[in-house]
Design a protein around this ligand. Sequence first.
Ligand code: 5CA
Length: 445
Amino acid sequence: MRLSRYFLPVLKENPAEAQIVSHRYMLRAGMIKQQAAGIYSWLPLGYRVLKRIEQIVHEEQVRAGHIPLLMPTLQPADLWRESGRYDDYGQEMLRIKDRQDREMLYGPTNEEMITDIFRSHVNSYKDLPMTLYHIQWKFRDEMRPRFGVMRGREFLMKDGYNFDVDRESALHAYNRHMVSYLRTYERMGLTAIPMRADSGPIGGDDTHEFLVLASTGESEVFFDSAVTELKLGNRDVDYDNREQVAAVCKEFTTLYARTDETHDAALFDAIPEERRKVARGIEVGQIFYFGTKYSEAMGATVVTKEGNKVPVEMGSHGIGVSRLLGAIIEASHDDKGIIWPEGVTPFPVGIVNLKQGDGAADAACAGLEKALLAKGLEPLYDDRDERAGAKFATMDLIGLPWRITVGPRGLANGVVELTSRRTGESEEMSPEAAVDRIAQIYAGV
Ligand code: 5CA
C-alpha cells in the first residue's frame, strides 16, 4: 500500500476527549472515529488490525475443534422471555420495535439464540460434543461508555457455546476454551492471566476472566507474581486429550489470581510477601460453565447412550475482539506511539523513502515493495513528498514493528537501513537482505 493513495487521517494534536493512551493513539493514528457515545467507525488502519485479531481468534477456535457460524445482531424478544432474561437484563439491553410492533433487541450476547438453534436440530448424544461460535457485533447500553473501544456500547465479540452430554464433557469444553484462549492471547503478544471471577448476568458456577495487566484497567486484581511467568509457548496440545488439557489449566490456575469480586484475603496473605501483587487489569475474555441453566428453561434436550432424555450441558465463552486493540496498545507503546506485536500489526513493515523523486531511491523502494509483496508481506510505503522527520513521526505513531529506510546516500553504498520499532536499533544491509530478514521474522508469526 502506498501512503499517498491510502486513507490515514493522523492527528497532530492530542484529542482532548481521550483519557488513556490507547484511546489517544487510536484517534491520533487515524484508526477509529467516534460516531456517538461508545459507537465507532473503523477507519482503514484500525480495520486492518481488527481483521488481524479476528483472524487469530478464528484460527485458534478452529484448532480447538470449534465450529464457526453467524447469528444476527437483532433478536426477537420472545426468545429472551423463555430464559427469563428479557426482564432481568435491564437498561443495558437496547430494545427496538419493528413496523409490525414486534419486540426486538440488539443482542448483548447469544445464549438464547444458540440454544434455539441447537434444540431445532440436535437431539442425540451422537452429535456431541459440539461447540459453535461466532464473531459478531454486540450492543450493551453501558452507563458509562469510555476509553474508546475499551468500553464501547457497540463492540465486536467472539462468543462460543459448548453443548455436551454430561458435566465431565462440559468441563473439558471449559478447559479446552481456557487453553485455546491462552494461545490466542500469546499470539497477539499479550500476557492474559486467567483469574477466578464472578459470573454476573450470564450465570453459573465456574468462571474465569482473562486479564491483561495495565494501570488503566477497570478491574482490581490480586495475584501471585509467579503467575505472570507462565507461558504456553509452542507446546503441542491435543485438544481431545482431556488429561493433557486439564493439566495445562491446572498449571495456569493453581497460583493465586483473582478479581476483586472473588478475592480471599486469607488465601492472599498466605503468598510470600514479595510475590503478593495488587494491580489493575483489562478483561479481554471470560469463560463460563453454567450447566443446564438455559437448556432447561428452553427445552434443549439430548437422548443419552442409555436412552435417557436430559437437558444438554452448556457453557459460554467470550473474547473482547474490539477491546483487544485497546488492551494491546496499553501493553505495548512508548511516548512516540504504538508498538504493534508482529502477530497483529496492520502492515508487517514500513518503507520510508528519504528522497521522493530521486530516481535511485524511488526505484529501490518500488523494488522492495515488489519483493515483499511476492513473499506475501504487504508493506506500507511512505511515498509522500514530505520531510524525513515527518515520515518517521508517522511511522512511529502507527507503530509498524519494522521500518526500512531508503536514501540516495545509503544506496550509493548498496545499503538500506532496517530499524526495529521496539528497540530503535538499526542495521544497514542490502535491500535483498532486508527482505529476507523480514520474511524470516514473519515466518514464525
Ligand atoms: N456470553 C458470554 C460469553 S460468550 C459473555 O457475554 N461474556 S462477557 O460479558 O464477559 O463478554 C465477553 C467479553 O467481551 C469480555 O470479556 C470483554 O472483553 C468484552 N466486552 C464486554 N463488554 C464490553 C464493552 N462494553 N466494550 C468492549 N468489550 C466488551
